[in-house]
Design a protein around this ligand. Structure first.
Ligand code: FES
Length: 113
């Protein structure tokens, strides 16, 4: 099964192949924003793929367009709601600070301190 570790919190989860990174984050309880509900319309699920890029589904046109408008886009940027974990391997995913901010805006009760 694909195994994902979410940074910066170090939360890990195993999921079925074909699961999106956003769905894996929800299963794991990782703090990943999803303002549009996962329909490729907001960029609040922006993550960086530190390990496992080759095991993901390809970037489609919609994801490219949305990432164009995101902040701090890097070569290893993906939208968590669009990237599917296809290969049975380990993945290391860093949640962008903008995405964490969106998560805490959506879940104020989860804020620390
Ligand atoms: S949750 Fe909005 S684009 Fe992924």
């Amino acid at each position: 099964m694909p195994k994902v570790r979410f940074e910066p919190d170090g939360i890990e989860v195993e999921v079925k192949a074909g699961t999106t990174i956003l769905q894996a984050a929800e299963q794991a309880g990782a703090r990943l924003g999803s303002a549009c509900g996962g329909v490729c319309a907001c960029a609040s699920c922006h993550v960086f793929i530190t390990e496992g890029w080759e095991g993901l589904s390809e970037v489609d046109e919609c994801e490219e367009d949305i990432l164009d408008k995101a902040f701090d886009v890097r070569r290893n940027s993906r939208l968590a709601c669009q990237a599917q974990l296809q290969a049975e391997r380990a993945y290391l995913v860093t949640i962008s600070s903008a995405s964490r901010q969106t998560f805490f805006d959506e879940h104020p009760e989860m804020r620390r301190g």
